[in-house]
Design a protein around this ligand. Structure first.
Ligand SMILES: [Zn+2]
Ligand SMILES: [Zn+2]
Length: 230
């Protein structure tokens, strides 16, 4: 169990702020994290959500109806933001344009919020695996960077993605599940607890597949994602 969510390294933080003391969105003077207080407040924060899958819930219920009838193979999920407005822009800049400063800004904001909420992290962090071909094309795995900036990660891969599948973006929920069948494989015995890290969760199909693999040894699986697409 780690007791605090780490901020990205001091050097990265210094480099990010060396060039600009201004808010990433509006150019007003920024606070330590790289946004002004107004833009920080305006982010689409998720404050009440299903504790199993991170779905925003206006009712205040602890678990959503879908998780009550079909509980996912992970125990607890924190999604910090809705995938909209400024968050969507930052994630797309990071993922599709290799804007690492955008990724570090998101991770700093996430680390601070996870610490403030005293979010548990019962095991080492494990990034969502990416197929090697896709990682070569993109040049990096965004989830692996987020995980390494957030805290201690698993030393060796636990689950690999051994089948490259078409992007999930254009598929509906059923298509996403079918697309991923057999795409992941457990490659060694997992520890008793693991915290899975990803950038965006949509239906949770990929996280579900990976968590099914990990259940071969994990008693507890937590999930932390930056954003929840609805
Ligand atoms: Zn601002
Ligand atoms: Zn749920």
């Amino acid at each position: 169990m780690i007791s605090s969510w780490q901020h990205p390294g001091f050097l990265a933080r210094t480099l990010d702020t060396l060039f600009s003391g201004h808010c990433r969105f509006c150019s007003a003077p920024a606070t330590g994290d790289g946004l002004c207080s107004g833009c920080h407040e305006d982010l689409p924060w998720i404050t009440a959500s299903c504790r199993r899958c991170g779905l925003p819930l206006a009712s205040g219920a602890p678990v959503c109806a879908a998780c009550l009838s079909h509980p996912p193979p992970f125990d607890h999920t924190v999604a910090l933001w809705r995938y909209e407005a400024g968050i969507e822009t930052l994630i797309r800049r990071f993922k599709l344009h290799g804007d690492l400063a955008a990724g570090r800004l998101l991770t700093r904001l996430a680390a601070r919020e996870l610490g403030t909420r005293q979010t548990p992290c019962p095991g080492p962090l494990m990034a969502m695996p990416m197929h090697p071909r896709r990682r070569r094309r993109r040049g990096f795995n965004q989830s692996a960077l987020i995980a390494s900036w957030l805290g201690p990660v698993v030393r060796k891969p636990l689950v690999i993605r051994h089948r490259d599948t078409p992007p999930q973006r254009r598929l509906d929920a059923e298509g996403r599940c079918h697309n991923l069948k057999g795409a992941f494989r457990l490659c060694r015995r997992p520890p008793a607890a693991v915290t899975l890290v990803d950038d965006v969760m949509t239906t949770g199909a990929s996280l579900t597949e990976v968590a099914h693999c990990l259940r071969a040894g994990c008693r507890r699986i937590d999930v932390v994602v930056l954003a929840r697409a609805l």
